[in-house]
Design a protein around this ligand. Sequence first.
Ligand code: ZN
Length: 316
Amino acid sequence: MGFSEITSQERALRVLQGTLRTKRIPNAFLFIGDPYIGKTRAAVVYAKALNCYNSEIDACDICISCKKIEQGIHPDVKILAPEKNTITVDSIREVEEFVSFRPLEGKYKVVIIKEAHKMNNAAANAFLKTVEEPPIDTVIILICENIFGLPEPLISRCFKLYFTPLPTKKVKEIFPDVEDGVIRIIMGKPGLFTSRDILKEIQWFNSTLKNIIEKNKKSPWKDNEEVKWWIDLLCIFLRDCIVRIFLKESSNGNFISAYCSILPTDFKLKKGVSLEHLFELYGELQNIKRSIDLNLNKSIVWNYVISLFGSLIAKH
Ligand SMILES: [Zn+2]
């Protein structure tokens, strides 16, 4: 399969394949974009292509090198992920040691750092040295949702590639049997569907809206990823409300029945909430989402959400 297994992301893939074709391989990449859209997969395929025995510009998927990388047992490819939501300086020291030796079996040593925006300051500063003076035959791929929080010198030394959510049509092609409502909820992020039970999550979201009305102080989230996913769902809920109000105002209610809510909930916004206020809330949710990566406390976020929405939401 090689690069052809990555759906969409044509621009990023063209650049990656261009580096292989011209043999101008950057020492450090920054893959930037939303979660669940194929960044890590693209990094793994690139690692395979760099070390493939049968191809110079793609992964053949049948040579021993491609197979070992796929199974996560290639001695020259390392994938690092945050532990307890942080990448610490100790993990970065491990990476430094890993790249300090020449490749054992492959042509390149490849380090893939998932959720690189979760490096703490000490880790990012330690890592800067590795990126500034990279050992030869080493490729480092930092994967992040956004570049907030990463030090500017680190960002500027990496070759940046942007990944974008897939068009709805593409997602439908990947999951032809999945109903349209669910396809819209995953918002162009196919990995969301494979990693989560969307219908169950909608029920969970409903229960959290009930908690907001009841001003239940206990936050419903396990980790920061869940907070961000929940905020995405709340944004869809708000978008539904905005569309409903907009249709009502622009058509005297004639077309209101033509619009089906994307997110089936047992809740609605109380009457009289202005469009302006809804747009403000939408913007505020995006701010909260960005702040989550800066380790904003979940209880504080939850109480803030209650203060924003507690008196606005009602049961159908
Ligand atoms: Zn191969």
